[in-house]
Design a protein around this ligand. Structure first.
Ligand SMILES: NC(=O)c1ccc[n+]([C@@H]2O[C@H](COP(=O)([O-])OP(=O)(O)OC[C@H]3O[C@@H](n4cnc5c(N)ncnc54)[C@H](OP(=O)(O)O)[C@@H]3O)[C@@H](O)[C@H]2O)c1
Length: 270
């Protein structure tokens, strides 16, 4: 289903409806990626789940619901490996016939902060944005060649816009690494750049920046300290990104491109 002509007003239900759309999401096995994959499926999309491991991707695809329950797809892809990005993207196109939505969400983690990080580790962390760029370019080329619109969503972070609070992590665990802040700042800015270049081709590029959404593995004391830095006084729960991802993926955001949507309980408003 293509985007409707802009002079035809759609109802709110139609604007958020992803029926007939195919959405590729990386890191869909993870804490936030799995919730966003469920959101896309529940909004009507057929989801192509991507993981570095095919068996993990297949297992997540089988759990997804919506109109396409049972038809969701899986591909293997490592976004730090250019050949794997190309193969994974082509496989997603081959299996689905066409891709309309790309969510660049996967993240190869790093725990070393500024005191100890090596140049090689720093570069590897920054390579996450290279992977986001390569996949976004495949998505743009595919949509332009087939003459249809596309929505690309990059996962940034509040830490791409704001510095960290060193005392929150002190004595508990490694702080949010310097290389992570560099990475997420670059993801937000890459979004703006690509959006401008591709806007007239009907390719929208936006960034979704979560605030603190620690998983159940995060130390309790860390979470308690983080709560004091949040105007809402609590951490985000993964389903609280579901509305935002469907908004950015769908026609509900048809006049929005190059933006960074921050969902952080007010963290960056202080
Ligand atoms: N959780 C938060 O509080 C938070 C806050 C701000 C921003 N974010 C951002 O939100 C996104 C998701 O975070 P999360 O908390 O859900 O992390 P997560 O649970 O660690 O999930 C990340 C996923 O990325 C995949 N991945 C790792 N290396 C990869 C690679 N080289 N190529 C492709 N995929 C790779 C992994 O999947 P496989 O092992 O299956 O390949 C993993 O499931 C990340 O971009 C993160 O920076 C998270």
């Amino acid at each position: 289903m293509d985007t409707k002509p802009i002079h035809v007003e759609q109802s709110v239900r139609q604007l958020f409806d992803l029926s007939g759309r195919n959405a590729l999401i990386t890191g869909a096995t993870g804490h936030l990626g799995s919730a966003m994959a469920r959101a896309l499926a529940e909004a009507g999309a057929r989801v192509i789940v991507s993981s570095r491991k095919m068996d993990k991707a297949l297992a997540v695809a089988e759990t997804l619901g919506g109109h396409q329950k049972g038809n969701h797809l899986a591909v293997a892809m490592d976004h730090l490996d250019e050949a794997s990005v190309e193969m994974g993207f082509n496989e997603a196109v081959k299996q689905s016939g066409r891709l309309d939505i790309l969510v660049n969400n996967g993240h190869d983690p790093l725990s070393a902060d500024w005191e100890t990080v090596t140049g090689e580790q720093f570069q590897r962390q920054l390579a996450n944005v290279t992977g986001y760029f390569l996949l976004a370019r495949h998505m743009r080329d595919h949509a332009v060649e087939n003459n249809h619109p596309a929505s690309i969503i990059m996962l940034g972070s509040m830490y791409g816009s704001a510095g960290s609070y060193p005392e929150v992590y002190e004595g508990i665990c490694a702080a949010s690494p310097a290389a992570y802040h560099a990475l997420k700042g670059s993801v937000i800015h890459l979004t703006r750049h690509l959006a401008v270049y591709w806007a007239k081709e009907n390719i929208r590029v936006n960034c979704l920046s979560p605030g603190p959404f620690p998983s159940s593995k995060a130390p309790r004391e860390l979470v308690e300290r983080l709560n004091t830095k949040s105007p809402m006084g609590r951490m985000g729960v993964p389903y609280e990104l579901k509305g935002a991802i469907v908004f950015l993926a769908s026609d509900a955001s048809s006049y929005m491109t190059g933006q960074n949507l921050i969902i952080d309980g007010g963290w960056t408003a202080w």
